[in-house]
Ligand binder design. Structure first.
Ligand SMILES: [Zn+2]
Length: 304
């Protein structure tokens, strides 16, 4: 008799547990999941209202894929969404700082490169002009020399010829001085252009190093470990900006719907944050199928 009673109590408890699991497991297939905003660490720089706005956007990502409400904001609900500050968000702040540093280096590089291109182009114009003047000078000098040689062969210049030759010689001498000063200017221009070129190369090298270091430290596609759904609440530990937060929330809300990871890298429920459209996240057919399958009758039976 005692054993029978023991068995009965056990059965009642087992059934109760079964019902509870069944209820928890399948109620979201019929009714929206109530949630509330829990604790929001001030170090994220975002308050409860702004978090709620992002949650509602993440909620809309899911609800757009189905014809009914899947989530319902219910202040006081036991299912909470929290922002929990730890090392991960600290690292995000460092990544943002590193990105800002790269932006400064990049704009310095762009500026020097622009200056270099301008100076190099103006040097080229100066050089072409100089070469043209040199050609002209050499032609005139040759003509002058032939004239002098012809006069000498003839036995010397008349006073009138001498006067003309003297004027031409003076003109050529002046031209030579002008060409010498242009050449001196060109030499200092080429030094300036070369020094700017060296700066461009140096900054490009530095920029590449900075970008490589940044990519090594922060650049890999991240697993969705920025947040977690632990069966009772969603904790978000890390996000870079509004879009990032919305995508992480959408992913964790998917887990709260009882969905595991799916295979398509564009899916909200893919295990990596990588190929999703971060600005405009949408459910993939795999995401939709996962929830449909999870709520199909065959799967509900598995919850017993
Ligand atoms: Zn996940």
């Amino acid at each position: 008799m005692k054993n029978v009673l023991g068995l009965l109590i056990f059965l009642v408890v087992a059934c109760g547990l079964g019902f509870f699991v069944y209820y928890q497991g399948t109620s979201i297939c019929r009714n929206p999941l109530d949630y509330a905003i829990g604790t929001v660490d001030g170090r994220f720089g975002i308050d409860q209202n702004r978090l709620l706005t992002r949650v509602k956007e993440a909620e809309a990502v899911w609800e757009k894929g189905f014809t009914r409400e899947l989530f319902n904001y219910q202040p006081g609900s036991s299912f909470k969404i929290n922002l929990v500050f730890d090392e991960r968000q600290k690292q995000t702040a460092e990544a943002n700082q590193s990105e800002a540093g790269i932006e400064i280096s990049r704009s310095m590089y762009d500026q020097i490169l622009k200056e270099y291109n301008q100076q190099a182009a103006s040097y080229q114009v100066q050089l072409n002009n100089y070469n043209y003047l040199v050609d002209e000078f050499e032609r005139k000098l040759e003509a002058y020399n032939s004239k002098v040689a012809a006069i000498n062969t003839r036995g010397g210049a008349t006073p009138k010829e001498h006067q003309v030759l003297e004027a031409e010689r003076k003109y050529l001498e002046d031209q030579k001085k002008i060409l010498d000063s242009i050449r001196a200017e060109l030499s200092s221009s080429v030094l300036r252009v070369n020094s700017l070129g060296d700066q461009v190369n140096y900054l490009a090298k530095q920029l590449n190093i900075e970008v490589d270091t940044h990519n090594q430290r922060f650049g890999e596609a991240r697993e969705f470990d920025q947040g977690e759904y632990n069966g009772k609440e969603i904790n978000i530990y890390q996000f870079e900006g509004i879009s990032d937060l919305r995508l992480v929330l959408a992913h964790e809300l998917g887990h709260a719907l009882g969905i595991e990871h799916v295979e398509n890298p564009k899916s909200i429920m893919y295990y990596l944050m990588d190929k999703q459209d971060i600005k405009n996240p949408v459910l993939s057919s795999e995401d939709i199928q996962a929830f449909t399958k999870r709520c199909s009758s065959g799967n509900i039976l598995n919850f017993f």
